[in-house]
Write a protein that binds this ligand. Sequence first.
Ligand SMILES: Cc1ncc(COP(=O)(O)O)c(C=O)c1O
Length: 423
Amino acid sequence: MSITALVTAAEQRYALRRPRSRELFERASTVMPGGSTRSVLDVRPFPFRVASASGARLIDVDGHEYTDLLGDYSAGLLGHDPGPVEAAVTDALTRGWSYGGVHTDEIRFAEALVERFPSIEQVRFTNSGTEANLMAIQLARHHTGRNRIIVCDGAYHGGLLYFGHGGEALLAPFDFERIDYNDADAAVSIDTTVAAVLVEPMMGAAGCIPAADEFLRALRDRCDAVGAVLIFDEVMTSRMSTGGQQARCGVVPDLTTLGKYLAGGMTFGAFGGRHDIMAAFDSARGGTLTHGGTFNNNVVTMAAGAAALRELLSASVLDALFARGEHLRERIDAICATSPLSVSITGLGSMMAIHTVDGPVTAPQDLVGSDADLKQLLFHELLERGFYMAPRGFIALSAAITDNDCDRFVDAFAASVGIIANA
Ligand SMILES: Cc1ncc(COP(=O)(O)O)c(C=O)c1O
């Protein structure tokens, strides 16, 4: 049977088993385009609708249970019901939550972030990683008096900052210029007209492609030479250690942006960095930049973030998660290496992506020619065996995932590629 025919059969099987999700998809589609409000959640032929979640498990409205390997695209690092976060949120709700005034939880959260990340001397909060990156870019332009912003081809830095080639993305109107990821020689194009270089220490959405240390070092050196601001987008990669991927690779940026899991799963973003750069927001020090955002210091988020950092996201938890991810990726890699299918895996620590091309994959260009049908089929085969990952193959382990979950996933992956190869 062809892969295309197998996909059709898998989608039919999926739909038949999820009548309630289909019904709700039709209802949702009348009031929300595509039946959802976040494009990345689109699943063909329609998404299963989640009824509840706990630990590392999701249960859908049709009664299916899934082991959650997606972890809300990395925002769910703590699993679905981390006790200290729940306690902090419950406590915050007894004190009111929309003050329109400053409070103590934001200081506790900010102190915990500053303590951790080598580059962050001061921090500001936003509502999302997208907003954090927009603010960091604007801050770099202000600091340098320049306009050009260097990004990597294929990068995703948020809903308004997508530098891939598919779809018709909205792009914030900055003066962007693309270089190739992991091309240290491209750093030469960074000159004294450049305000900032915005880069992820591992490209996440583009396919979990780690940066070579030389690449990041070349960017650091060149930014120093021309007076440009180096911004690390650690919205995803901050989970690699208590000090983020910058602490692991030893390259310290001028500004860092954060998001996802750091507020325990609540709506969150932050940007921070060198004291002298962040001073632009401090009117007492002559700063003239303003920074709006009704929910920037939302009490629930601030309390949840402080609890997550102080009580849960310890070095031992993050190191164990990193090691579990490395081990899982090695085992999937071994299966890919012996499969007759064009499958490969990349990643770092607890985040990885399964690709439907032969490796090695060191830049998004290496993914041109991916087999979209095979990817869709793998997604459905794994879902059928009770594992939820992103349709694009992305996995972000949560701390609730156990060794046993990983063992079962390795078996499910081997069975899925085996069945497809022999069909
Ligand atoms: C590296 C990176 N930066 C920024 C963002 C945007 O964050 P948010 O979805 O919170 O706006 C994302 C989201 O996936 C991301 O992966």
